[in-house]
Design a protein around this ligand. Sequence first.
Ligand SMILES: Nc1ncnc2c1ncn2[C@@H]1O[C@H](COP(=O)(O)OP(=O)(O)OP(=O)(O)O)[C@@H](O)[C@H]1O
Length: 261
Amino acid sequence: MEVLKDAKLIVKDLYKNFDGKDILKHISFAVKEGEFLSVLGPSGCGKTTLLRILIGLEKQDDGEILLDAQDISHLKPSERGMGIIFQNYALFPNMSVLENVEYALKLRADLKQNSRKIALSTLEAIGMLDQIDKRPSQLSGGQQQRVAIARTLALNPKIILLDEPISALDVSMREVMKKELKDIQKKFNSTMIFITHEQEEAFYLSDRIMVMSEGNIEQIDTPRNIYEHPANDYIKDFVIAHLDSKLASLCVCTGKNVYEK
Ligand SMILES: Nc1ncnc2c1ncn2[C@@H]1O[C@H](COP(=O)(O)OP(=O)(O)OP(=O)(O)O)[C@@H](O)[C@H]1O
């Protein structure tokens, strides 16, 4: 397994079997503090299973998950200190923007006293302060996703998992959200794991990309290294061949990441 200094999350030898089929085949990787890692792969390669195991909604059959050097495998989802952002936002329709962000804060003994203050400052940081009294149905898809992001950030999770969070948006809104997501990640210095099947999204956003196929990791590296040194034919066919070459070189060359600072 690669050695990564300052690892926030270490996944060791993770294995999962469903109905006699190997879904995750002993995969190992690490994520650095403040890193944006994309997990890129086609439908069925095991991305969602990996995410569900990390967050604690599914139990692995073998392997370890260390967060801040502590084995969290036995912890419930609520005890893991992770945040998750889904594609469908999962906002409460009958609550205002402010109430949506404040709700989870009020459930946390350590945060409830300052819940209003934290919710407002997080909404301000993501540019939604002028929308706090609106209901989700009065917002665009992109704005709803920003509220969902604010709700997660407000809880100050150790790591944020994003499950295809911008796939449901229309094309122009996706472009906007891609930029915003990158800005938000930098502003909050969050550690993020982003699940996607979109090659360009992964190249645009990531410090590193972990390319998966059939429960294996094919390559894990910076966009630049993957583009310039694809590890095998799978990477060439599934990743490189699907990138617009101009966009790819733009992302690879201008998108400074934690490995190229
Ligand atoms: N609870 C389950 N029971 C049985 N098989 C499952 C279960 N969850 C996932 N699988 C199987 O595991 C494999 C990987 O699924 P997974 O959802 O992790 O892939 P994915 O890469 O996220 O794909 P997608 O992008 O389509 O969600 C698939 O063959 C799927 O049918």
